[in-house]
Design a protein around this ligand. Structure first.
Ligand SMILES: Cc1ncc(COP(=O)(O)O)c(C=O)c1O
Length: 366
């Protein structure tokens, strides 16, 4: 793998460590975003971007964080009522957005640390008083480390007429298989600062033809995040408004790096780092006799982020502060899990060797 300088010690579950050559790519002069030069870059990277999403559809480039594209999913695709599957803080955000933008919505909550399951979804869609026409779901829930079974959830959605599925792949895309076309996903969104290992500031999304047809029927799609505008502008290899051109230069280079590594190899590297983390948690529990454990159940674990539950006499903020003193950045638990857990983001350009160095350091702290 072509890996440039990396500090190897920054393990947040986003943002992640950015290879330094991407900053070199950003040093190109800023030119007009309607110029042939910028359109050429956007046109040139589309093939790589579509490959990353495993789709034949174009990939929208949004100058926003990923939440912008979450909002786009809600405001463009809810015609009647949206069902928001929630299993942690980030998936719940879809529901918060629906509330904030006045879209009729319900939330179907799985307990934190557990996945959203197909049978529960089928029940909710079958028994709805007002029919739903959109389901939102997160793939990798960064607050719990749970990986939802998107293929199976999408299959349930497709049992119902006129229901679309929008998927947050913010902490999975480029680290775990996301098969947009094969799984028939209608809207797939992600951000730049996670497994894609770019600086924060860009979000990406793919919309199916069904999603575009739906958007055309929705009257108030909003202005900045109108996906029909993204689609139309992309036909000319442009964006609706002034994009973060410098980040697009970095994106061009990073997509080439991801392509050089190969998706299968990239997914395998992430899975290997995740597996090593689970093994370390088990070893730590055995060695210390304390109840360290991975929160997410076997079979539903994100290859990109692991949430590790702590014994009662330890706290997430205390452990992260101690790791910081030794040069390593990890994250405390998120939201209601802040005190009782910590999180390791093993994604982006990290290697097993770098992870091993972190785990060796943590050996002294647990
Ligand atoms: C799964 C997930 N969804 C959404 C978001 C929100 O992304 P952003 O902060 O880029 O808007 C995050 C951020 O950590 C996330 O992990």
């Amino acid at each position: 793998m072509n890996k440039d300088i990396s500090f190897g010690q920054f393990f947040l579950p986003g943002p992640t460590e950015v290879p330094l050559d991407l900053f070199d790519a950003m040093r190109r002069p800023v030119v007009g975003h309607r110029s042939a030069e910028v359109s050429g870059v956007i046109a040139g990277l589309q093939g790589y971007a579509s490959h990353l999403f495993q789709t034949s559809r174009p990939v929208y480039l949004s100058t926003s964080s990923a939440t912008g594209m979450m909002e786009a999913a809600i405001t463009n695709l809810t015609r009647k009522r949206v069902l928001c599957l929630s299993c942690g803080s980030f998936s719940h955000r879809f529901y918060d957005i629906a509330q904030a933008t006045g879209r009729p919505a319900d939330v179907l909550e799985a307990e934190w640390g557990t996945p959203n399951l197909p049978d529960q979804l089928r029940d909710a869609l079958s028994n709805a008083e007002t029919p739903y026409d959109l389901v939102t779901v997160v793939h990798s829930e960064s607050s719990t480390g749970v990986l939802n079974p998107i293929r199976d959830l999408a299959a349930v959605v497709h049992e119902f007429d006129d229901v679309l599925i929008a998927v947050d792949t913010v902490s999975s895309l480029a680290g775990a298989p996301v098969l947009t076309d094969e799984w028939k996903l209608d809207f797939v969104l992600t951000g730049s600062q996670k497994a894609m290992a770019l600086p924060p500031g860009l979000a990406f999304a793919v919309a199916s033809q069904r999603a575009l047809d739906r958007a055309a029927e929705v009257e108030h799609r909003g202005f900045y995040f109108d996906i029909l505008k993204f689609e139309k502008n992309l036909e000319k290899s442009q964006t609706p408004n002034t994009p973060a051109v410098s980040l697009i230069y970095a994106l061009e280079r990073q997509l080439q790096r991801i392509n050089d590594e190969g998706l299968d190899a990239r997914w395998a590297r992430h899975q290997a780092m995740a597996d090593r983390t689970y093994a370390w948690v088990d070893e730590t529990a055995a060695r210390t006799g304390a109840p360290y454990r991975v929160l997410a159940p076997d079979g539903y674990r994100s290859p990109c982020v692991t949430v590790i539950m702590l014994p009662e006499d330890r706290t997430g903020p205390e452990l992260t502060a101690q790791a910081k003193e030794r040069g390593f950045t990890i994250a405390a638990g998120y939201g209601r899990l802040k005190e009782g857990s910590f999180r390791i983001g093993h994604m982006g350009e990290h290697t097993l060797d770098e992870l091993e160095a972190l785990l060796t350091t943590l050996d002294d702290l647990v």
